[in-house]
Design a protein around this ligand. Structure first.
Ligand SMILES: [Zn+2]
Length: 123
């Protein structure tokens, strides 16, 4: 469903070991010893929390809503319509990957809740 954060050594391509010393992310290559430190990562990139988006029940979903829901969840129309009526968990993953799904839901007038509370803006 989503990729974990992985960082690769610019010199040899080995997966680097990441140590967070907030706000810096220090990367060390276990192979060649190459070190990188950066502070350009935003809080959201370091957030390891798994967030969940659960849509709220819509009694009479539009065709448009059913279509997009089917696409998001990989279910057929009949199942999707049913899930929209009940409310359904459409996303589970890290904060920065959540925005995309949330934006789609926003664009199609879905109401939803994010568990736990989402501390970032959805843009
Ligand atoms: Zn290396």
């Amino acid at each position: 469903m989503e990729k974990e954060n992985k960082y690769y050594c610019p010199d040899c391509g080995t997966e680097m070991l990441a140590v967070y010393e907030k706000p810096a992310l220090n990367l060390t290559c276990p192979n060649c010893g190459c070190k990188l430190a950066t502070t350009k990562w935003e809080t959201i990139d370091l957030d390891e929390t798994i967030y969940e988006i659960e849509t709220l029940s819509i009694k009479n979903p539009s065709l448009d809503q059913i279509k997009i829901f089917a696409k998001l969840t990989g279910n057929n129309f009949v199942v999707s319509k049913d899930l929209i009526k009940k409310g359904y968990s459409v996303f589970k993953g890290h904060a920065k990957n959540l925005k995309n799904t949330a934006k789609i839901l926003d664009a199609h007038s879905f109401k939803y809740k994010i568990i736990p509370d989402y501390p970032y803006e959805i843009r």
